[in-house]
Design a protein around this ligand. Structure first.
Ligand SMILES: [Zn+2]
Length: 117
């Protein structure tokens, strides 16, 4: 798959009922909070050596939401979750690939169908 970095830059990011990213190529992706929290790529949620997920989705509160989010350089988003977890750095590349994969496979891993609008 060709890697177009420009496409992987967001034009706009909104978090209200979910995380919505409007990408520069016009795609708009929605990430349910629970799905996104579950996909946290940080070292306490994913084993750094094996790449295996350590976080149990069942341990995440159903009403999980984003308290705040900040840009990390111009390549990623650091999310401060309502459960106090704030070490997850979600690169835009990861977010876009995660969404594209969900569209392709008809759903987020263990989650709902991706929504575009
Ligand atoms: Zn994490």
């Amino acid at each position: 798959m060709a890697l177009d970095l420009k496409k992987r830059k967001p034009r706009d990011i909104v978090y209200a009922d979910d995380l919505k990213i409007e990408w520069r190529d016009g795609v708009v992706s929605h990430y349910p909070f629970l799905t996104l929290r579950d996909a946290c790529p940080c070292a306490s949620c994913v084993d750094e050596l094996t790449g295996e997920k350590v976080l149990d989705q069942a341990s995440i509160s159903k009403d999980i939401h984003i308290k705040s989010a900040d840009y990390v350089g111009n390549y990623a988003l650091r999310i401060d979750w309502s459960d106090g977890h704030n070490t997850g750095i979600y690169s835009f590349r990861f977010l876009r690939e995660y969404f594209d994969m969900a569209v392709e496979q008809g759903g987020f891993p263990g989650g709902p169908h991706p929504r575009e609008s």
